[in-house]
Design a protein around this ligand. Structure first.
Ligand code: FO1
Length: 334
C-alpha cells in the first residue's frame, strides 16, 4: 500500500509518527507493509552562518527518528548551545534563531554534501538513513531540489519590506501582520524526484494538520503538484488544522488572515477544494461542521483532533485512512 503525505513542520511530523504507529499495529498486512512517502515543505529553509537549514525536513526526520525536542516540536532533544554562545560572543548575526550544537551538525553535514553538488533529495536520503527512516518504510522527499524560500511582506517602522519567513515566524512571532507571502523561486522550481509520481501512484494521499498557507500551501505551489492531486486515483483526505476557530498550534490564523481567508475548518477545506475528497474536523465546540456545510463533493467526519500523544495521533491517522477507504470506490469510479 502506497501512502503519500504532504507535510509541513511540527503538525505534519507528529501526524506521520501517529500514522506509522497506526500502520504497525494494524491487523491488515497491507497496512503493516505500507510504504509512506512524505513530501516535505522546503519553503522554511534558510541559510545561516553559511549553513543550509531545512526546518520542516529536519522536524520530520528528528520526530520519526526519535531525536526531536518533544516540547518544542523542532530541534534536537538533549541539546546544548555552546556554538551559538560563541557566535554571539563574536557578534555574529542573527541570534534570534535558536541553533543547538547537535542540530548544527545536521546543517554542517547537509551543507557539506550540497556544496559537493549533491541534490537536496539525495542529501535528505543520506541524513534520513542515519535516523532509520527507510527501516520504518518511510521516504522523506523535499518538494523540490531547487531553492524555494518563503518571504513575508510586512509594514513596520522600517516601512514596507520583505523578511525571510523565519524572521517573521521566530523573531517577530508572526505578531507583525503579513501583507503577503512570496515563495521566492517556486515558479521556476521543479518538483523533486519522486514527488509527482508518489502522488499519482498513491493508494491514499493524506494532508496532515500542517499550516495550510506556509506549509501545505507552499508545497501546492510547486509546478505540477496541484495537477497531480487533481488527477490521482487515490482518495485525498485531510485533517483540519483549525478547531473551534483557532489553530491547534502555531500561527495559522495569522497566515490565513494575511490571505483573506477566515480561520475555520470549512475555509481551509476551501483552499483544497479542487482535489480534496475527505476532511476530518473536530466539532467538539459545535462550530466546525457548520463551517464546512455544503462543500460539494467533500465527505466530512468529526472526531477529536488534538494530537496530545502518539496514540492520539495514531487514532486520527486511522480515522483518515478509514475515511479514505470508504471513499475509495467513489474515487476509483471517477
Ligand atoms: N522556532 C522558533 O520558534 N524559535 C526558534 O529559535 C527556532 C529555531 C529552529 C532551529 C532549527 C529548526 O529546524 C527549526 C527551528 N524553529 C524555531 C522552528 C522553525 O521556525 C519552523 O520553520 C517553524 O516551526 C515552522 O515549521
Amino acid at each position: 500500500m502506497q501512502i503519500t503525505v504532504l507535510a509541513g513542520g511540527v503538525g505534519g511530523a507528529r501526524f506521520v509518527r501517529g500514522l506509522l504507529a497506526h500502520l504497525a499495529d494494524s491487523p491488515d498486512p497491507a497496512h503493516r507493509d505500507a510504504e509512506v512517502t512524505v513530501i516535505g515543505n522546503t519553503g522554511d529553509d534558510i541559510t545561516l552562518f553559511g549553513l543550509r537549514v531545512c526546518p520542516d525536513l529536519d522536524t520530520v526526520m528528528y520526530t520519526l527518528g526519535g531525536g526531536i525536542h518533544e516540547e518544542q516540536g523542532w530541534g534536537r532533544a538533549d541539546e546544548s548551545h555552546v556554538v551559538q554562545g560563541e557566535l554571539a560572543a563574536y557578534g555574529a548575526q542573527p541570534q534570534w534563531f535558536g541553533l543547538g550544537d547537535r542540530d548544527i551538525a545536521t546543517h554542517v553535514a547537509r551543507s557539506q554534501l550540497l556544496d559537493l553538488g549533491m541534490p537536496l533529495s539525495q542529501v535528505t536520503a543520506v541524513l534520513c538513513d542515519r535516523w532509520g527512516l527507510p527501516g520504518q518504510g518511510v521516504r522523506l522527499l523535499p518538494m523540490s531540489d531547487d531553492p524555494v524560500e518563503t518571504h513575508v511582506v510586512v509594514d513596520d517602522q522600517d516601512g514596507r519590506r520583505a523578511v525571510h519567513f523565519q524572521e517573521w515566524w521566530v523573531r517577530m512571532r508572526a505578531a507583525v501582520p503579513a501583507q503577503q507571502f512570496v515563495a521566492v523561486g517556486i515558479d521556476t522550481a521543479t518538483a523533486g524526484p519522486g514527488v509527482l509520481e508518489s502522488i499519482r501512484a498513491a493508494d491514499v494521499v493524506l494532508l496532515p494538520p500542517s499550516n495550510p498557507v506556509v506549509s501545505i500551501g507552499i508545497i501546492l505551489g510547486v509546478p505540477g503538484v496541484r495537477d497531480a492531486l487533481r488527477g490521482t486515483r487515490a482518495p485525498v483526505v485531510g485533517v483540519s488544522p483549525i478547531v473551534g476557530g483557532r489553530p491547534v498550534r502555531g500561527h495559522a490564523d495569522a497566515c490565513l488572515r494575511a490571505i483573506g481567508v477566515e480561520t475555520t475548518a470549512g475555509a481551509v477545506a476551501g483552499l483544497y477544494e479542487d482535489f480534496l475528497d475527505g476532511w476530518l474536523v473536530d466539532d467538539t465546540l459545535g462550530t466546525d461542521l457548520g463551517s464546512v456545510r455544503q462543500r460539494a463533493g467533500l465527505t466530512v467526519r468529526s472526531r477529536p483532533l488534538l494530537m496530545t500523544d502518539v496514540p492520539a495521533a495514531a487514532a486520527i491517522a486511522g480515522a483518515a485512512l478509514d475515511l479514505a477507504a470508504d471513499l475509495q470506490p467513489q474515487r476509483a469510479s471517477v
